[in-house]
Write a protein that binds this ligand. Structure first.
Ligand SMILES: NC(=O)c1ccc[n+]([C@@H]2O[C@H](COP(=O)([O-])OP(=O)(O)OC[C@H]3O[C@@H](n4cnc5c(N)ncnc54)[C@H](OP(=O)(O)O)[C@@H]3O)[C@@H](O)[C@H]2O)c1
Length: 323
């Protein structure tokens, strides 16, 4: 089969021939129709992450969408979204014509959405939804700040906060294009992350119209330090990424005076049931036009370009590859 094959950690995969996966008990063979390139794919493939150095060659792709060809759990022809541990554990991922996936990691999809839109949402949307609602315990009427509001996680977090009845949704975005995506997702105000934490905190407070109850944070660094300063009593900052830096400085006085919380989040801590439930919920909202992730569809032959663009850190819209 044709696949994106990674030979050297830290370098992009290339489009070439690769052995088709063999059927095996407990595994569902999926004919892949769409798979995105996401930050986790690059992290796993870097060879320097906390997952360790991956065995090469392997096919990256921690998630995809497709049609069941052979399975003990689902009928042939079923439309599915699936997750893989490509790059985190030995085995191949979704950026190929076919993928063999543990049955527990295959989720039937019924939402009336193109496969490419489902692929663009995927784990980014699950993370945004669960960080806001489950880890962040968001309730209607609260004020929300979304750092990195123009990224895939950010767009879904903004849309989710709006549709669940946030009193105010403020996005932090670095570029005009990112700000446009955040506004399209439903942000009422967009703030640029310029200046130091004090200056950004002041602008966030003004844009939010007061203290903030939940911060969804895929960025960390100075932006998280600033957002923590505007937390309301009982406020929660949920960190799920470090696009802007791996460390942030928090004031003890700020946190303890408000009994505020700084929380970590990872999709890897979800049960398959939680993940499937969150995915069904976000896909339902997306099918109704209430959520989405801006994306560009490319043939799998373009994997190297899509990978380099994501690696540059200003990917803009999500790349979704079709074999
Ligand atoms: N914990 C989990 O389970 C989980 C799940 C999904 C994603 N994540 C993490 O969340 C982060 C965002 O993922 P994504 O899918 O939204 O990626 P994405 O669509 O590629 O967007 C990248 C985001 O990071 C921001 N960013 C990139 N470099 C930055 C920098 N130097 N300083 C400040 N902001 C920067 C971008 O801001 P602009 O829009 O302003 O350019 C954008 O919002 C990644 O770190 C990813 O690994 C974690």
């Amino acid at each position: 089969m044709r696949a994106a094959v990674l030979h050297t950690p830290g370098s992009p995969p290339s489009h070439r021939e690769h052995p088709t996966p063999e059927p095996a008990p407990g595994r569902t063979l999926v004919r892949v129709t769409a798979a995105p390139v996401v930050p986790l794919d690059l992290l796993c493939a870097s060879g320097t992450s906390y997952f360790g150095r991956p065995a090469v060659p392997y096919v990256p792709g921690v998630q995809g969408v497709g049609v069941v060809e052979r399975s003990d759990a689902l009928p042939p022809g079923a439309r599915v979204w699936f997750a893989t541990s490509a790059g985190m554990a030995p085995g191949d991922g979704a950026l190929a014509e076919r993928c063999a996936v543990p049955d527990a990691d295959v989720v039937p999809v019924t939402a009336d959405l193109p496969d490419t839109a489902v692929a663009a949402l995927g784990l980014s949307a699950v993370a945004a939804w669960m960080a806001l609602t489950w880890r962040g315990r968001f309730t209607a009427g609260e004020r929300v700040v979304v750092l990195g509001g123009g990224g895939a996680v950010g767009q879904v977090a903004v849309g989710a906060a709006r549709l669940l009845g946030a009193a105010r949704v403020v996005a932090v975005c670095r570029s005009a294009a990112a700000a446009e995506r955040a506004r399209a997702a439903g942000a009422e105000e967009v703030v640029a992350p310029d200046g130091d934490a004090d200056a950004l905190a002041e602008r966030l407070r003004g844009a939010a119209g007061g203290a903030v109850d939940v911060v969804v944070d895929p960025v960390f660094g100075v932006a998280a330090a600033a957002a923590a300063r505007v937390l309301a009593p009982g406020g929660r900052l949920v960190n799920l990424g470090s696009a802007g830096g791996d460390e942030a400085a928090f004031s003890s006085a700020v946190l303890r005076s408000r009994s505020a919380e700084v929380l970590g989040y990872t999709n890897n801590a979800l049960t398959p049931g939680q993940r499937a439930g969150a995915l069904a919920t976000v896909l339902g909202h997306a099918a109704a036009g209430r959520l989405g992730v801006a994306h560009e569809v490319l043939p799998l032959t373009e994997i190297e370009r899509a990978w380099r663009r994501q690696a540059a850190g200003d990917a803009g819209v999500r790349s979704v590859l079709t074999p």
